[in-house]
Design a protein around this ligand. Sequence first.
Ligand code: ADP
Ligand code: UDP
Length: 238
Amino acid sequence: MEKRSELYAGKAKSVFTTDDPDLLVLVFRNDTSAFDGKKVEQLDRKGMVNNKFNAFIMEKLKEAGIPTHFETLLSDNEALVKKLDMLPLECVVRNRAAGSICRRYGIEEGKELLPPTFEFFYKSDALGDPMVNEYHVRSFEWATDEQVAKMKELTFAVNDVLKALFLQGNMLLVDYKLEFGMFNGEVTLGDEFSPDGCRIWDAETKEKLDKDRFRQDLGNVVESYELVGRRLGLDFDA
Ligand code: ADP
Ligand code: UDP
């Protein structure tokens, strides 16, 4: 497999084509951004930590029967993935209230959400990723009813697997964002699952161990990501 030209440089990852039209290389960079790209910093080792964290989680999801784009780790900062035709949506599940849901509805941070809430956001930097409902998704032809149903089903299936996994490490999976795309007609999990795109709290102390450490200037951002990984049994030196 040969890495070829850069297809796209996002806020945290760069995407490269390969000599196989069905495969891409994702390069996890140290760039860290928040607030629609208004706050940006380089965090040493973050690319490596997120790449290995994501590989670990994607393997767990694959074992649980969830179709993912992940193929293999290529290096500390690179992963080989299936090339998906991305659906322009972010799927968010929330087990507890935090972040934008507290600001929007005046819900107290930490409130347990039973059942967990599901939200779609339209992926558009220019528009600031607005929240959208299923009618928007259908009427604007961002996804079909069938794709909507599958994205919801898979996002909740991921919740069952990961809530239990994080609990084993004495952590709470508060919320997370997933992105899906199409591969050979199948709705497939793409992008990444790392502490950059979810909220994870210590189950006892409720200490924040995710990107909120960056958003809220709490310090030890990458150290916390590594701690989460180690508590899940991940060896970053392997
Ligand atoms: P953003 O685009 O939000 O700034 P990133 O910096 O993470 O995010 O860039 C990665 C880009 O690659 C995202 O736009 C994501 O939708 C896209 N992507 C992730 N996985 C795949 C895949 N398997 N096939 C095609 N595109 C992908
Ligand atoms: N999220 C993400 N990318 C985005 C927006 C949100 O990964 O562009 C994640 C975020 O890290 C959190 C969840 O989705 O785990 C819900 O985010 P929220 O709507 O609360 O927005 P925030 O307040 O984090 O901007």
